[in-house]
Each structure stands twice: as C-alpha cells, then as structure tokens.
Design a protein around this ligand. Structure first.
Ligand SMILES: [Fe+2]
Length: 303
C-alpha cells in the first residue's frame, strides 16, 4: 500500500479514565437531537453536539471565522471531564470549536472543508479524537487512504483535500472534533495546538486499512449497473453512498467517487442527471461559497 506524504497524521493518544468518560458520554446520549435534516454533508444518522463554540449557545452549530477563544456551552459545562481534558491538553486560546459528533449507520459525504472560508488555509488545524468507536467505522482521505481512528487517537485531518467518514454499523462512533485557528501567524506549526507538550507523540501507529486493487473492467461493470437504477436527481445520494462504500475496499482516491458519479450520470445520457452530478462534484470538492447549499434531498433547502 502506498501512502504519500500528507498533512494528515496521528499526533498522539489520550489515555481516558473510562469510567469518568462514560458519564460524559451518558450526558451526551441523553441530550435532545438537533435536527440535521437540512445537512447535505451527511447521509444516515449524524448527531452533532457543541461543547465549545463562538457564542456559548449549544444550539449554535455554524462554523465561521472569528478571532476570540471559543466559549464553553451548556453542554461543555455538563461534560466536565471532556472540558477538563481539552483545557489541560490543548491551546484553548486558539480553539474555535469543540464538538462531539456521533455517526451511526451513515457517512460523512466526501468533501473538502473551508472552501468558503479565508484564504489562509494553513492557519486552520482540525483534530479528531474518538471517544467511543466500533470496529466497522472508517475515515478516508485523498492521499492517506482508508484508516480507523482508534479511541483516544489524536488525528490531524488535512481537510483541504477530499475526505469522508463511514460507520457501517449500528453502534456509536463518537468523535471529539476540535478546530484551531492560527490565521494571524506565518506558517504556524501544528504542534502549537498542544498545551501539554508531553501528549504530542508521533510514534503512535495508525490503524491503516489495506485495500484491493480495482480492475478497470470491474469498475466499468459496476458503473453500468448503477446507471440502470439511476432515474431521478434525488437518487444521486444513494449512488454516491454506494460508490464511497466501494472505495473502502478498493484502491481508489476519494475524488474518484465524484468522477465515478459523473460517469454513472453520463451513462444514463440524461442531461438533468449529468448537470446535477457535475454540480455535486463542484459543491463538495470543487468550489463553494459561504452559506451555499446543495439540494441533495427533497426539501433540504426549501425551509
Ligand atoms: Fe470535513
């Protein structure tokens, strides 16, 4: 398996006190779910809870640029152990958001982040730390391939290249996601995120997933098969979900999911489907402006 150098890397591991962590996870599990029906970045169940954010209001889920440290929300107060870990381990002065995201029987649709934000992309660092995770959950990244984030792993995810996430199972996959912003600094080093430098350890081995080569004729057969079932623009989501699950097992970069999606649309020879899939490719991994939405499913942006 070839892994090119990329900014995605495993930078340490937190050893949780499992009993205390369990209590915070119970708090999170007992919270009402904020409806995610207008979210075109996920398919299946994806629950987000804000622990620290711009306003301190837990219902505020938008990520935008701002220049002050994140404020603890009501949920951040109620999950005291997690907030303590964040404060002891990381540079909260430059932290802009702390969220816990639970993905169950679903996927984070392959995308590039921050397309709509500032030019200074190097100034953004996002880290992901699994809090509870089943064995059939994965992350994908254009250059890094497919991997599992193990509980306590501290991952930096290069989010300016195509990436996605999957949980094929019905068990929880809860991840603490922290966003840092160093846009006022020239070439900030990612190690700046650590307050406790002892936690920074790049000898921790990542759990990479081995894949099988994808034979061009097998791919062609499969794309033809998907085209037969593809009749309506709202079915594009299902085609995309299948193409990205296939990519977990076969060697192919994340961006090929959209290439394949457009190829399926072209096989149908339906202009409406081709235009829709090309727009989809542009929206998720091409260019997107702030607050731009994508009509992935019926009624998604009519509200
Ligand atoms: Fe992302």
């Amino acid at each position: 398996m070839t892994t090119k150098a990329t900014k995605t890397r495993l930078v340490g591991r937190i050893k949780f006190d499992n009993e205390v962590l369990r209590k915070d996870l119970e708090v999170l599990a007992g919270l009402p779910i904020i409806k995610e029906q207008y979210d075109e970045f996920s398919s299946g169940t994806w629950i987000n809870h804000s622990l620290w954010n711009r306003s301190g209001e837990w219902k505020d889920t938008q990520y935008t640029d701002f220049d002050h440290p994140a404020v603890k929300t009501q949920i951040g107060e109620a999950t005291a152990y997690l907030s303590q870990i964040i404060e002891d381990t990381f540079d909260v002065q430059h932290m802009r958001m702390a969220r816990v995201r639970n993905l169950v029987e679903g996927q984070v649709i392959p995308h590039i982040d921050f397309l709509e934000l500032s030019e200074k992309k190097d100034g953004y660092v996002r880290i992901l730390i699994p809090l509870e995770t089943c064995l059939d959950s994965y992350h994908t990244e254009e250059n890094f391939g497919v991997f599992r984030m193990r509980k306590g792993d501290i991952w930096i995810l290069e989010s300016t290249v195509p990436h996605g996430a999957h949980n094929l199972g019905s068990d929880n996959r809860c991840i603490l996601s922290l966003d840092f912003q160093y846009t006022d600094e020239e070439n900030p080093h990612y190690s700046r995120i650590f307050k406790n430098k002892a936690i920074h350890d790049e000898t921790v081995r990542p759990a990479l997933v081995a894949r099988t080569p994808l034979e061009p004729e097998d791919l062609e057969d499969y794309l033809n098969m998907l085209a037969i079932q593809f009749k309506d623009v709202y079915e594009a989501e299902q085609v995309l979900v299948k193409l990205s699950e296939m990519q977990l097992r076969y060697e192919s970069p994340v961006s090929d999911i959209y290439k394949n999606l457009v190829a399926v649309a072209k096989i149908t020879k339906k202009d409406e489907l081709i235009a829709h899939c090309e727009k989809m490719q542009k929206f998720y991994i091409g260019s997107r402006v702030l607050n731009e939405r994508f009509p992935l499913r019926k009624g998604l942006i009519e509200a």
